[in-house]
Design a protein around this ligand. Sequence first.
Ligand code: ISL
Length: 572
Amino acid sequence: PPEKTWWKEAIVYQIYPASFLDSNADGLGDLPGIISKLDYLSSLGINTIWLSPIFKSPQDDMGYDISDYRAIHEPYGTVSDVEELIAGLHARGIKILLDLVVNHTSDRHAWFQESRKSKESKKRDWYFWRDAKYSEKGERKPPNNWASVFGGSAWTWDQGSQQYYLSLFLPTQPDLNWANEDMRRATYADMEFWLQKGVDGYRIDSMNLMSKHPDLPDAEVTDPGQEFQSGAEYFASGPRMHEYIKEIRQEVLDKYDCMTVGELGFTKDEESVRMYVAKERGELQMLFTGDVVDMDFGVDGKYGHNAFKPSYLKKLTKLWQEAMPKFEGWNAVYLDNHDSGRSLSRYASDLPEYRETAAKMLATYLCTLSGSLFLLQGQEIGMANVPREWGIEDYIDVEGRNAYAAIEKQRGPGADMRDVMKELRLKARDNGRLPMQWNDSKNAGFTKSSKPWMRVNTDYPEWNVESQLNSESSVFAYYKEMLALRKKEADVFIYGSFKMLDTQEEVFAYTMSKSDGSRQALVLLNLSDSEQNFEAKGYNGWSRLIGGAEDEVAVKDSVTLKPYEGRVFCNW
Ligand code: ISL
């Protein structure tokens, strides 16, 4: 059985600071807002929070563009607010993870300001600077053909110093050059700054982009219709990646009893994952494998159409649940984050007739799998994606807007964009960033300002924390019960082993077993909008653990699952 440690038992609640709670009526969430809700978080049963970036930033990418890693974005609060937050969390037995964004900085960061001054700058080599190329006609061209994740070229021209710099995300997010040792040392000092203050670990943003191929070669042209191509094969999981991770461990992390979870984009295969998390490698504790949020991306990109199929989720759940025990790695179990649509609306259903059942079914999935668990704020009350009737003007995130604009440009003026709006409504980052719905007062109690930074979902009068706290059958009540069960039966769920059962496409069925085989749970999830029958002869007599009708005490031959229903039975 896996060795037990606190971080394996982590139940992490991701807070998106801008959208959690606004305490001073400026329309934006803040640290005092978070501090005022610690008892709420504690009552849910989580034991860790992950804060998306709170640092000083021009907010071109909602704080993932940091200009000073030791200062706080003023509207969020101050360093002493963070200290108060840490103390308040620790007093309640809750740990805190910060977001470590060190693949890039903001162009307003002092390091970049210095770096861009001239080719001779002492910090020139802290970023990627390259000369322009010129076409036969003498037009200036970027040094290679890589596309930015947010569209356009991955290179930005700097008029002042007459070179291009690499910016894989926005032009105002220059990539740091990890090959430079001074830059690495400075970054480690920033990491220590917060660990010294008592934070319990980091979620490492864009973790595997930190080492690029040293020659930055042109990417293979896979999409001839596009000017720029994905250079992922040259900028993801590059040759020095593991060396850097080991160095971070040695120089910083190993001095603290802390938790690390790396964001793994682009790379998806088992062997690459093994290299980061196998116990013998001594690198990271766990990873967010990007396939969980990519499974319904189209062949032509994120907003291409590719209807979700239950088999997508079954396949990757089976892959990682079975892979980790092989090399003593550890799973980060999740479905939602701030970079995509909510799983409820995307992989299940938020239609009124199914919403509550579906949200509970997804909770059942999350809370029964082996690994550290990550929930996104609002998931505990079944928050959904933006209303279907919202137009492109209601979407404010740069990634979705850029993608929409690029497709519109390709199609030409006046083109029908309804299909793209459907995809945005499923997958755009705005969906995961909607303000938290606390109660049925104006703007869901998120802010007293008449201008929330982002429009509040119109479903809040019905879907909010307050109403669910008053109900025993709410999604919140279910999460609370499910999380308690996960902790109580940690040997079965957190540390147990997964076995997938053969069923029809619509049903995801698996067992979770304690390592000595003595305790077993049968998890049945209906991922469709029709009733499904599960042949359960081999499980006759197993008793109801959670889900379904309370008066149904034991399995008898078969189990009927209502649309989007999840049920768990056990042999004890
Ligand atoms: O890997 C990807 C696709 O498979 C990308 O989605 C990539 O992993 C992701 O965009 C990185 O996200 C993180 O860094 C971004 C920031 O905008 C996101 O919010 C953050 O989660 C740049 O810092």
